[in-house]
Design a protein around this ligand. Sequence first.
Ligand code: DX5
Ligand code: ZN
Length: 223
Amino acid sequence: MNNKKLIAPSILSADFANLSTQIRSVELGGADLIHCDVMDGQFVPNLSFGPLVVEAVRRITKLPIDTHLMIKNPDALIKDFIEAGSNYITVHQEEVVHLNRTINMIKELGAKAGVSINPSTPISALSEILEFVDLVLVMSVNPGFGGQKFIPNTLKKIETLASIRDEKGFKFLIEIDGGINSDNIKVVSKAGCNIFVVGWSIFGADNITASTMELKNFINTID
Ligand code: DX5
Ligand code: ZN
């Protein structure tokens, strides 16, 4: 059982004209990681940013950077994102053909290695890789955009992953990404999730620090 509970604000919903102020605000609220959503307009129908922005984030904060690659052929850019300062690199199971090789490559380059699955991908697709990864990111919306609605069957996936981890003694952290807010975060935490990516519910709030604090309190006090 892994009881670690961490908040990872996604800067996808931040105001990029005030990125350093907004990152300071989530730091003050107790953020544990900064989540960077990288989109290429190919793997997902939206474009976001590349290593240049991750490198800027690296200069703003000392928090670990959690980079989520929603791109075609991530192998070609993994090194750049690690050199830019990413501590975690997560790739999608649906995109990577030689997943074992890619996970090894991320680790050899000095980062923690994560694998992500879309809402329509079953946990069974990860059976041969779970023992090698540091992180499993479960998408709870179809990737591409912030501010979407949480897909409820994701909860079952978190529970399944947590029980496989317990049963087999694996070490990976479980991360949820998409549609997390103050109404659903407790139940997701109870299901065994460790890292909570939050975009709109933090950066769309009137008080970014207060909303980060509130969500952090919720994951740490499950009743
Ligand atoms: C979606 C991204 C998410 C998203 C989370 O493709 O991977 O990180 O920005 O944002 P919210 O919390 O707004 O759903
Ligand atoms: Zn993400």
